[in-house]
Every structure is written in structure tokens, then in C-alpha cells.
Design a binder for this molecule. Structure first.
Ligand code: ADP
Ligand code: MG
Length: 263
């Protein structure tokens, strides 16, 4: 049994079934890529894994640390060590990055606002962020800005990876962290993520394009089309996709669908 297992996951959004039986087993220490065309259900998968309330799991399980995550709230999943970098990070006016990160870190440590000895000290906080901020080319002024407020696309994505570096998750789901990034930002982000790779972290990179996979070498690649994984394999699957695009596999997926579901 793998460290993190998605078993036959079915997810509906506004009553429409988007994921139609997705299974995937991820061990810590591994990087898996999920690739798929727009609308295939990639963000639906990431949101369902984290417990977004708009995404209803109608069947299946998400097993991690002996629990079924489907039964847990998003904050409980986060405390267990699951992290999601959003495709479209939310702007939080009035809350600085520093406050946000400190609060998230304290929550992860179980600091409830009472026992001050459990709270992260300013010194620890600075030390923790120093290296990832350097790698991500973020200067200190970032910390005094409101979360994602007025951030460029690239800055938002880098802020997501900074949070990941601070929170030290065991399972990280990165939803199109590469989209909207220029090539330099892809490099910085990849460098930061590669720096976090290791036996205590499993990564699910969700992407449309294979470019980021040239920087972050995946161990496994899964192709998601129409809410189902139509192919899984090694890095060569991404290379094949690069050549052929998704069209061929989209046809296969459509051919395998019951008649009434074909639009
Ligand atoms: P991807 O991330 O692969 O582009 P999504 O998971 O965002 O795909 O979307 C898959 C399908 O689910 C699309 O048809 C999309 O319109 C629908 N969908 C996703 N999220 C929502 C939502 N919050 N409300 C309504 N429809 C949604
Ligand atoms: Mg998406």
C-alpha cells in the first residue's frame, strides 16, 4: 500500500460528474505528474484532494496515514501534511504575507493562541524563510505585502511555493504552478521544488504542458482526459504527449464513454 492512495475517485461539480473513477498511488520520495488538456478535471482533482466544498466526492477514497481524507475538513488534511498550491491563488487584502505565513505555521504546529511557547519566534520565522525566498528571488518587501494583492501571475505562483517551503508538507499537490510563468520563474520555482524533494515528500505536479517536467523530473506520468486516467507510465509518457498532443487520447477516452455522456 502506497503512502497516499486515491482510489476510484468520483467527483461531481454542481451535479455534473467530472472525475469518473481516478486511482493513483503515490509514495513519499516520488514525483508524479498528472497531465491533461483544459477541462479534463485537473483542478477538480486537486480541489477534491484538499476538500474544497464545491467538489462533491460521490464515490471512492483518498487514503493517507490510515485515514480517509474524504471524511476530513481541509484544515485537518493540511495538519496531516497535505498541501495544495492553487492554480488561481486567492487575494487576501488586509492580511500580510508575513502574518499569513506565521499563522499557517503556528496552526500546523498546533499553537492555539494560548501556549506561547509553541508559537514560532520571529528569529525562527526569518531563518525558515531565508533560503526559499532567495531561491524564489523574492525580496523581503514581499512579506509586508497583502497576500496576492497586486501580485503578478508569477509572484502569486512563487508565493504558493514559498508557503509550501514554510509548511514542509508530506504530500504536495501543485496545480498548474507553471502556467502563466515566464521561463525564468519556471526555473526558480523548479529549483525551489527540487530543493524540497526527498524521502519525506511526495509531489503531485498537475500540468498542461511538459515544459516544467524538463526541470522537475517526474518518476511517473499520468494522463487525465475527460475525468479518467487514460495512460500511466514513466517520463516517456510526457515525451510522447509533447509529440502527439492530447487529441489522440481524447478520442480514445470519448470512444470508451457510454453514449449518453458524449457531448
Ligand atoms: P482543468 O483544471 O483540467 O482545466 P477543471 O477541473 O477546472 O479542469 O474543470 C473540469 C470541468 O469541471 C470543466 O467542464 C469545468 O467547467 C467544470 N468545473 C470545474 N470547477 C467548476 C466549478 N467550480 N463550477 C462549475 N463547473 C466547474
Ligand atoms: Mg485547472
Amino acid at each position: 500500500m502506497a503512502d497516499f492512495e486515491i482510489r476510484n475517485l468520483h467527483v461531481s461539480v454542481e451535479g455534473r460528474e467530472i472525475l469518473r473513477g481516478v486511482s493513483l498511488a503515490l509514495d513519499k520520495g516520488e514525483v508524479h505528474a498528472v497531465m491533461g488538456p483544459n477541462g479534463s478535471g485537473k483542478s477538480t482533482l486537486s480541489c477534491a484532494l484538499m476538500g474544497h466544498p464545491s467538489y462533491e466526492v460521490t464515490a471512492g477514497e483518498i487514503r493517507f496515514k490510515g485515514r480517509n481524507l474524504v471524511e476530513l475538513e481541509p484544515d485537518e488534511r493540511a495538519r496531516l501534511g497535505v498541501y495544495l498550491a492553487f492554480q488561481y491563488p486567492t487575494v487576501v487584502p488586509g492580511v500580510t504575507m508575513a502574518n499569513f505565513l506565521r499563522t499557517a505555521l503556528n496552526a500546523r504546529r498546533g499553537y492555539d493562541g494560548k501556549d506561547k511557547s509553541r508559537a514560532i519566534t520571529p528569529r525562527e520565522f526569518r531563518a525558515l524563510l531565508k533560503e526559499p525566498m532567495q531561491t524564489l528571488r523574492m525580496d523581503d518587501s514581499f512579506l509586508s505585502r497583502y497576500v496576492n494583492d497586486g501580485f503578478s501571475g508569477g509572484e502569486k505562483k512563487r508565493a504558493e511555493i514559498l508557503q509550501m517551503a514554510a509548511l514542509v508538507p508530506e504530500i504536495a499537490i501543485l496545480d498548474e504552478t507553471d502556467s502563466g510563468l515566464d521561463i525564468d520563474s519556471i526555473r526558480y520555482v523548479s529549483e525551489a521544488i527540487n530543493g524540497m524533494r526527498g524521502p519525506n515528500l511526495g509531489i503531485l505536479i498537475i500540468t498542461h504542458y511538459s515544459l516544467i517536467l524538463q526541470f522537475i523530473k517526474p518518476d511517473y506520468v499520468h494522463v487525465l482526459v475527460n475525468g479518467q486516467i487514460v495512460r500511466s507510465g514513466g517520463p516517456e509518457v510526457a515525451d510522447a504527449l509533447e509529440r502527439t498532443g492530447y487529441a489522440e487520447w481524447a478520442e480514445e477516452a470519448a470512444a470508451g464513454q457510454p453514449e449518453e455522456e458524449v457531448e
